[in-house]
Ligand binder design. Structure first.
Ligand SMILES: Cc1ncc(COP(=O)(O)O)c(C=O)c1O
Length: 410
C-alpha cells in the first residue's frame, strides 16, 4: 500500500532552505578559512586583453589562465574588423537568423569555417556550451545510442541529459572498451553517435582520434569531435585533429568547435556534410530559437581565420612555448598530468587547499594561474591549470616554474 505521508514533500519556500543552496554553502564553508586568508581565486577581474600578460588590480601580471591560445583576441587586425562590423551592423544580429537576423558575414564566416575544417558546410551559434547542449541533445532519438568518454565536458553531459537516446559511457580514451560496447549493441540501434573531444581540458591530453575514426567506419557510427582545445592548437597550422592525425575530410561526421578559445571571441560551430548542416539550419533548437551570432564577433572570427591561413607563426610559437614549458616543468620534477603537446599544461598538486593557496600566493610573484579543484577534477587530484599562448616568452615560462618550485619548497 502507498503511504501518502511518505509521498508528501516538505515545502521549500526560501531558496536558502533548498538542497541546492545547502550543498553549495557547505562547499563554500570548506574554503572559508583559506578565502579569508588568501582571497577568492574565482571571478578575479582583468582589465585588459588576456595575452602573455594582463592587468589585475591595476598591475601587470603574467597570465597563465586564459584560452587566447594564438592571441587572436586583442590582435589589431581582428579589432579593426570588429570595429568596422559594429559601424555597419551594430552590436546585435537582432533576431533569429531564420527570420530576421541573417547577415552576409554569417554566410561568409560559415563558408570560411567549412573550408578551414575541410567540410561541405558549417553553422555558427552564439555559445560553445549551448552548441554542444543543443546538438548532443537533439541529434539522436529513442531508437539511437550515444557513446561518450567519461571525461566529457559539462556541455556534452548537459546535452546527454535532454537526449531521448540511450547512453553509455566508456573509460577515458579507451577505444577498445568503446569497440566492445559497439559490438554488443550495434544491432539494437539505428544511429550510434560517438562523442569525444580532441584535447581534454583538465589533463591537456590528445584523444586517439585515428582509432575512433577506424571504429566508427568499421561499425557505421557517427563520430562527433569537440575541438574546443584542439582547433588552432594542434597540427602544424593549428588545423586541429584533422591535420594532426592526417585525416580524410569526411572521417569525422560532426566537427564541433568553440569560437571562444583559439578563435578569440565567443560562440560555437558545427561543421559537416551539406545535408547535415542544412537539416540543422532549419531544425536545431539552439540555432533556430536563438539570436544569430553578433556581427562584431562574426567579423572578428573571419579575420582570425584569415590570419591563421596567412601564416603559421603564431601556432609555431605556441608549439615552441609548450616545449619550453614541458622542459622547465620536468627539470623541476613537476607532474604535468597527461599534457605535452597542447596549450593546456596543468601541474598536479594533489591537495585542493594547497592548489588554491599556491594560486593565490603566486599572484604576489606576478603570476596568474587558476587552480582546478574538486569537483572539476577528482578528489586528491587538484592542479594548477597553466594555459599557454603564442605571446608568452621563454623568460616568463622559466620564471613561472622557478616561482612554483620556490613556493612548494618553502
Ligand atoms: C571541451 C569544451 N567544450 C565546450 C566548451 C564550451 O565552450 P564555450 O566556453 O565557448 O561556451 C568548453 C569550455 O570550456 C570546453 O572546454
Amino acid at each position: 500500500m502507498i503511504n501518502t505521508t511518505e509521498m508528501r514533500k516538505r515545502a521549500v519556500t526560501k531558496f536558502t532552505d533548498s538542497r541546492e543552496w545547502k550543498a553549495f554553502h557547505e562547499r563554500q564553508m570548506e574554503f572559508a578559512e583559506d578565502m579569508a586568508k588568501y582571497g577568492n581565486p574565482y571571478f578575479i577581474a582583468h582589465d585588459s586583453v588576456l595575452r602573455d600578460t594582463s592587468i589585475m588590480n591595476g598591475k601587470d601580471i603574467i597570465n597563465f589562465g586564459s584560452y587566447n591560445y594564438v592571441c587572436l583576441s586583442g590582435d589589431p587586425e581582428v579589432n579593426e574588423a570588429a570595429i568596422e562590423a559594429v559601424k555597419k551592423y551594430g552590436t546585435s544580429a537582432s533576431g533569429s537568423r531564420l527570420l530576421a537576423g541573417e547577415k552576409t558575414i554569417h554566410k561568409e564566416l560559415e563558408a570560411k569555417i567549412a573550408k578551414w575544417k575541410h567540410t561541405e558546410d558549417a553553422l555558427v551559434l552564439v555559445g560553445g556550451h549551448s552548441t554542444n547542449v543543443t546538438f548532443v541533445g537533439n541529434f539522436c532519438n529513442e531508437n539511437d545510442l550515444i557513446l561518450y568518454d567519461i571525461l566529457s565536458h559539462n556541455s556534452i553531459s548537459q546535452g546527454l541529459k535532454i537526449s531521448k537516446a540511450d547512453k553509455k559511457r566508456f573509460p577515458h580514451n579507451n577505444f577498445s572498451r568503446l569497440e566492445r560496447l559497439i559490438e554488443n549493441n550495434r544491432d539494437k540501434y539505428e544511429k550510434i553517435l560517438i562523442v569525444v573531444e580532441g584535447v581534454y581540458s583538465m589533463d591537456g591530453d590528445i584523444a586517439p582520434i585515428d582509432e575512433f575514426v577506424r571504429i566508427k567506419k568499421k561499425y557505421g557510427c557517427f563520430l562527433m569531435v569537440d575541438e574546443a582545445h584542439s582547433a588552432c592548437v594542434i597540427g602544424e597550422n593549428g588545423g586541429g585533429v584533422d591535420e594532426y592525425f592526417n585525416l580524410a575530410p569526411d572521417d569525422i561526421d560532426i566537427k564541433m568547435g568553440t569560437l571562444s578559445k583559439g578563435l578569440g571571441t565567443c560562440g560555437g560551430y558545427l561543421a559537416g556534410s551539406k545535408e547535415l548542416i542544412e537539416y540543422l539550419r532549419y531544425n536545431l533548437p539552439g540555432f533556430v530559437f536563438s539570436v544569430g551570432l553578433s556581427p562584431v564577433l562574426t567579423a572578428a572570427v573571419i579575420k582570425g581565420i584569415e590570419l591563421l591561413e596567412r601564416d603559421n607563426t603564431r601556432v609555431q610559437k605556441l608549439h615552441k612555448n609548450i616545449e619550453i614549458f614541458m622542459r622547465e616543468a620536468h627539470k623541476h620534477g613537476f607532474d604535468t598530468c597527461l599534457a605535452g603537446e597542447t596549450a593546456i599544461t596543468p601541474i598536479m598538486i594533489g591537495d585542493d587547499e594547497l592548489a588554491f593557496r599556491l594560486s593565490m600566493v603566486m599572484q604576489e610573484d606576478g603570476i596568474f594561474v587558476p587552480p582546478a579543484l574538486y569537483p572539476a577534477v577528482p578528489r586528491g587530484k587538484a592542479r594548477l591549470r597553466y594555459c599557454l599562448n603564442s605571446d608568452h616568452t621563454e623568460e616568463q615560462i622559466v620564471y613561472a616554474m622557478e616561482v612554483l618550485k620556490r613556493r612548494l619548497t618553502r
